[in-house]
Design a protein around this ligand. Structure first.
Ligand code: ZN
Length: 142
């Protein structure tokens, strides 16, 4: 069977890996301890671009928000770079923490509506040449 295939994050450090079953992965952002501004993905530099204080620290996001905008892409972009399923939906989510991030959506794309409550899930993006699953954060209707 294919149980030797691995799930590989599209990029390390975007979300937490749950240490026990029942725990959900959480997106990791940066929060400024001075002005409260939150950034995602997290900043590698420690200076807040909002208030210029050196007070950024990692913060785990709730994973919940509302769809701000989205578009459904019916055809794969030219060039063969994109290897995921088509159609796919891509757009912006306003998180509960008052930060906006861009994401793929998963689930029934016909159900997506602006203003809809959505939740972060880790889901398949594509397969690599060895058949491993490349996974990334996506948002699905709650
Ligand atoms: Zn700040």
């Amino acid at each position: 069977m294919s149980d030797h295939k691995k799930k590989i994050p599209v990029e390390e450090g975007l979300w937490t890996n749950p240490s026990s079953p029942g725990d959900k992965p959480q997106l990791i952002g940066s929060k400024c301890r001075s002005c409260g501004e939150i950034f995602f993905p997290r900043k590698k530099k420690i200076i807040c671009i909002h208030c210029q204080q050196r007070k950024l620290e990692d913060v785990k996001l709730s994973g919940k928000g509302k769809i701000a905008s989205f578009t459904v892409v019916e055809r794969a972009p030219a060039g063969g770079y994109y290897k995921g399923p088509v159609p796919y939906a891509y757009g912006a989510v306003n998180m509960l923490e008052n930060v906006q991030l861009f994401t793929l959506f998963t689930g029934n794309l016909d159900d997506l509506r602006v203003g809809m409550d959505v939740e972060m899930v880790i889901d398949k993006l594509s397969n690599d040449v060895e058949g491993n699953e490349i996974v990334t954060y996506q948002f699905a209707p709650i």
